[in-house]
Design a protein around this ligand. Structure first.
Ligand SMILES: Nc1ncnc2c1ncn2[C@@H]1O[C@H](COP(=O)(O)OP(=O)(O)OP(=O)(O)O)[C@@H](O)[C@H]1O
Ligand SMILES: [Zn+2]
Length: 635
């Protein structure tokens, strides 16, 4: 018998959609700002089985908007607590939680294939791209979403039918020329980037070259200064070796706030039109800081004096050195020395970055900032807005309805914009896949291999040439390493095991034929013992490999080496190359273009028919005498 819960869901969604939802097995990746809202929606909508993956634990700063979490949950895994809290909303839903990184090997293509739909509720490019790739490999629809402040975006992705996450470039995080950061800062942000990406990483982390905030494109114009800067970093590295000694904090201080500054100041040309920097004096500041206690670091809304910053600098550098020393003693880090990474929520690292940034600002006559402000800037935080997350999460569910009904043509890209723009909500039709996309414009399939028996020759001759019709010119690649090409045939007699290919490894076949070359082929290996008298390689599914688009020269689908621009999932370039009006305000859509107004009027005129199990899913308006009308946009 239908429960009350089922009855209302049926009335508002229609019988067949409600049934599909109830049977659906869905995956939600990320249980943060969007994830908490989304999980609540999925549970209340009655999705039958929901799997949640999140690698993180709950932090105090999450509680204001991640409403499934409470004070007593701090430090507990998000996925598990989200399951507990949301499970109580609807006991009929089965929830599984994994406190894990979605990139972990166990979440392989076969595992993704067990889901009817996947929802991304992530906060970083890398993980989003990974899930995108897995969903393409498993041929499972993905609902991708992201928010930044008041901006939100939802996109349904279906292999071969719509653009994938990587079909359009993503916006770059802001970066600064090295010289601005290292020699001529003029704004607080320059000093914050210096403290976080240079000083902190040189002393406690790995080298500065890895920092995405540093733009090396102007290096060649400033070769002499770049050479000097390199020497400065090397000297700092030598000081790093004295970490733990009593003089270590002073050595660092004198190096970066005195010697380096004196050297810069001596380059008179640099300061013709600018105020030259003034070095700081350790002894003088020590005197001034005598009365400053370590409690000053807790006054995070106040702008600290130079002496206060000095006190926090000394205190935090000691705390961090002690931590690193402890790791060195207690953890077996083999050949790589232990390092620390900056995290805005790690108070020791934030104190160090805030104090160092402010001391540098003092040197260059730049305004100092409170620790609170620096936390926002260093963490690149645009405040997360609970309402944007809630709206975005609900749009994800509405889009998933179209996917579940197999009406992808009705699915839309949906954009949320700040108040004050012409429309808070706009939609755009999904675009077809970009034929030049190196991630989705590839053919993919599973390859069953008896890895101890099959040789590379079985793959090259038996499968690729004989069965799939490849010509002479192609290469077989693994992790951007060539296993075979016409000039590289020494591996042919080696088995898959000898080549390091195992279950869940992927290989990429790149066709280099002059004419009618095939798109790249990704083969996901499923290691299996196959009967001795059968071939050791077997393609379980039929596959057609289309030709490469004529213009495009496709790269291997592995995008690891590319730094794609990105801002928390909200892409700026729209599908067809035209910019989207909502995100940059340059193009406003008319109601007609958006196709919303007339649809809305049409639908508001409709009154719900009494739904039965066979009813068409188009019911959009339900009158409920106690609560008013519920309107579900079915556009
Ligand atoms: N590779 C990954 N595997 C699993 N979960 C991930 C992965 N990358 C990110 N996440 C999770 O995605 C969620 C994104 O949520 P959100 O954007 O609200 O970030 P947050 O860390 O909770 O908040 P904030 O960054 O604003 O402090 C986080 O809970 C994070 O742990
Ligand atoms: Zn694509």
């Amino acid at each position: 018998m239908a429960t009350g819960r089922d009855k209302y869901a049926r009335q508002s969604l229609g019988g067949s959609l409600q049934a599909r939802i109830k049977q659906a097995r869905v995956l939600m990746v990320g249980a943060g700002g969007i994830g908490c809202e989304l999980l609540k929606n999925l549970v209340l909508t009655g999705f039958g089985e929901i799997h949640i993956v999140d690698l993180d634990t709950i932090d105090l700063s999450n509680l204001n908007r991640q409403f499934l979490f409470r004070n007593e949950h701090i430090k507990k895994p998000k996925a598990l607590v989200a399951k507990e809290s949301a499970g109580r909303f609807n006991p009929n839903v089965h929830i599984e939680a994994y406190h894990d990184n979605i990139k972990d090997d166990k979440f392989n293509v076969a595992w993704f294939k067990t889901f009817g739909i996947v929802f991304n509720a992530l906060d970083n490019l890398e993980a989003r791209r990974h899930v995108n790739k897995m969903c393409l490999g498993a041929d499972v629809p993905l609902i991708e979403s992201g928010t930044t402040g008041f901006l939100g975006q939802v996109q349904a992705i279906r292999k071969g039918k719509s653009q994938c996450y990587d079909c359009t470039p993503k916006d770059a995080p802001k970066s600064f020329p090295v010289c601005t950061i290292r020699s001529t800062p003029t704004q607080p942000i320059h000093c914050i980037v210096w403290a976080k990406s240079y000083l902190f990483t040189e002393i406690f982390g790995t080298s500065e070259d890895d920092a995405p905030e540093l733009d090396h494109s102007e290096d060649s114009e400033n070769q002499k200064e770049i050479g000097n800067l390199r020497k400065e970093s090397q000297a700092l590295k030598r000081i790093r070796e004295t970490m733990g000694s009593a003089e270590f904090p002073r050595l660092v201080f004198d190096k970066v706030f005195k010697e380096d500054i004196d050297r810069l100041r001596s380059m008179e040309d640099m300061w013709k039109n600018k105020t030259p920097p003034v070095a700081l004096d350790y002894d003088a500041l020590s005197q001034e800081a005598l009365g400053v206690g370590s409690a000053v670091a807790q006054k995070d809304q106040l702008e600290w004096t130079p002496a206060e910053n000095f006190a926090v600098f000394l205190d935090s550098i000691r705390r961090l050195s002690d931590r690193l020393e402890e790791t060195r003693v207690n953890v077996d880090t083999r050949n790589s020395p232990p390092i620390l990474t900056f995290d805005k929520d790690d108070v020791d690292t934030l104190d160090f970055v805030a104090a160092s940034a402010n001391l540098r600002s003092t040197v260059f006559g730049i305004d100092r900032r409170s620790k609170f402000d620096i936390k926002q800037m260093a963490g690149n935080i645009i405040p997360a807005i609970a309402t944007t997350n809630a709206m975005t999460a609900s749009l994800c569910v509405l889009q998933s309805f179209k996917v579940l009904r197999e009406e992808l043509s009705k699915a839309k890209m949906v954009f949320l914009a700040p108040n004050g723009t012409e429309r808070r909500l706009t939609t755009e039709a999904l675009s077809p896949p970009n034929p030049e996309c190196a991630v989705c414009s590839v053919a993919q399939t599973t390859l069953e291999v008896d890895i101890s028996r099959a040789t590379l020759n079985d793959l090259v001759e038996g499968l690729l040439r004989l069965q799939l019709g490849y010509g002479e010119e192609f290469s077989v690649n693994m992790d951007n390493m060539i296993l075979y090409d016409p000039e590289e045939d020494i591996n042919l007699s080696k088995t898959f095991t000898e080549l390091g290919l195992k279950n869940d490894s992927s290989i990429v076949i790149i066709d280099d034929a002059d004419e009618d070359a095939k798109v790249n082929l990704v083969l996901n290996i499923s290691a299996k013992e196959l009967a001795k008298d059968d071939k050791p390689i077997h393609l379980p599914d039929r596959i057609r490999i289309p030709a490469k688009p004529v213009k495009a020269k496709l790269a291997a689908p592995d995008t690891n080496g590319h730094k794609r621009p990105f801002v928390n999932g909200v892409s700026k370039g729209s599908s067809n190359g035209a910019t989207n009006g909502v995100l940059n305000g340059s193009r406003k859509r008319t109601a007609d273009e958006a196709g919303l107004e007339t649809e809305l009027i049409k639908k508001k005129g409709k009154v719900a028919a009494a739904p039965d199990d066979n009813a068409d899913d188009d019911i959009v308006l339900v009158e409920d005498s106690s609560n008013g009308a519920i309107f579900i946009d079915d556009d």
